[in-house]
Design a protein around this ligand. Structure first.
Ligand code: UDP
Length: 236
């Protein structure tokens, strides 16, 4: 079976790495994700990963704090996740590089677009950490930005739910799942796929997003092989 895409961004929320615990890191979950990433990389797909940090800290967690400080803390949380993911991948023999948007040269490379592309061409998995490096942004926006920069064909947005619904399926049992959506509908209907900054960036740069559940890690490979799962967000 041949992959449908040559270069992708896989966005993993921090929660996706926490497994059932919902906080911190779950070793089994990390290993399962790493195995999937290895499989798609072995198919010849160039994989760049953007990790979130919500399993440790989100800017909005720091209620009484200065917003920018709380956001920098969130960006640091993504670096912890990036190193954990790197460790899980290297542990099974996948060659990786972590690049951070905030310099911390002792533990990772700084983000340099050309270098990132070179690593991808050499079949290394590149993990982008520390978000965009700017407060007031999210790691979803980072995924959109990096996808545009490295010319990824699609963003694989791995979530806790298995797609985009018209209302919260955890609250409303008759919630309907969308198979496909236009960016503009996501924005107009206020659907909680991504924040509006990330969605508009994808819309302006015509980057499709497939939203799917990571409850089954093999879903990553299914998407890569072109199986229709989750919800596809695109222009038409
Ligand atoms: N963050 C930021 N700028 C960025 C990316 C992330 O300030 O470019 C901060 C923000 O506070 C965010 C936190 O880092 O809440 C963790 O990222 P995010 O909430 O996107 O993680 P996820 O929900 O995907 O786990």
């Amino acid at each position: 079976m041949s992959p449908k895409y040559k270069r992708v961004i896989l966005k993993l929320s921090g929660e996706a790495l926490a497994g059932e615990k919902g906080f911190g890191l779950d070793e089994k979950t990390l290993d399962a994700i790493a195995t999937q990433v290895q499989e798609i990389s072995d198919l010849g797909v160039e994989v760049a990963i953007v990790v979130g940090g919500g399993n440790f800290w989100r800017g909005r967690t720091g209620k009484g704090m200065d917003r920018t400080t709380a956001d920098y803390m969130g960006m640091l949380a993504t670096v912890i996740n990036a190193l954990a993911l790197q460790d899980a991948l290297e542990g099974i023999g996948v060659s990786t590089r972590v690049q951070t948007a905030i310099e911390m040269r002792q533990i990772a490379e700084p983000y340099i677009r050309r270098k990132a592309v070179r690593h991808l061409q050499k079949a290394r998995v590149v993990i982008f950490a520390a978000g965009t490096g700017n407060p007031y942004f999210s790691t979803d926006t980072t995924a959109a930005l990096r996808a545009a920069e490295i010319e990824a064909e699609i963003i694989l947005l791995a979530k806790k739910v298995d797609g985009v619904y018209d209302s919260d399926p955890n609250i409303n049992s008759s919630a309907q799942k969308f198979d496909e959506l236009k960016y503009i509908d996501v924005l107009n209907k206020g659907l909680g796929v991504m924040d509006s900054t990330a969605t508009s960036l994808c819309m302006d740069n015509k980057i499709p997003i497939v939203v799917f559940g990571l409850n089954k890690p093999e879903n990553i490979k299914k998407v890569i092989l072109g199986e229709k799962i989750g919800t596809l967000v695109k222009e038409e």
